[in-house]
Design a protein around this ligand. Sequence first.
Ligand code: HEC
Length: 169
Amino acid sequence: MRGLLTIGRTIVMFGLLLGALPVLAQDAKPDPAMVTLGEGFWKRSECRNCHGGLANGIPDMPQDPQGANLRKAQLSLPQIAEVIKCGRPGTEMPYFDSLAYTDKRCYGATAADLGNAMPPGGSAMSQRQIDALAAFVAATFVGKPDPTFEDCVALWGEAATTCARFPKK
Ligand code: HEC
């Protein structure tokens, strides 16, 4: 009886593990096509104003507001997409879904619910743009060490004068 139970439990555990695998795999490796698409959005969007072009939380321009260091973020891919879509209530992190807080799509809250905690709005993005940007951020920055001069040139090109402030490898 014990043996049967153990076997049964092993089968159940194995089933759970198999079920979880596609989710984990998807989370660990963002779709390369989406990463490439997202790179273009990162370069054109206002993210760098606050997060810095290499996402280390130091704005490219000293007068810009300070964003989070995305290299130290401990967020899954869907969580990154959610923060971009909805912003962070009570902080300077803007939402990029133009309909955020007009209904309950973001954290189940409307603008009226949030009151003073309503985050600022960024330039409108589609869900596909948001997902691509999240894929790029996850693949390029999250969990990576401090940026070097070489990282900067790889992303922004030789001509980017801002790269001089990063240390050479
Ligand atoms: C006006 C400044 C500003 C802009 C523009 C901005 N952010 Fe942010 N962002 C912040 C701040 C400040 C935080 C930290 C919020 C907090 O305290 O939780 C943040 C947090 C985040 C986080 C969560 C980090 C974590 O570890 O919890 C992500 C992801 C993020 N931003 C991505 C982006 C992306 C992508 C863009 C461009 C589409 C962007 N941000 C534009 C200021 C900004």
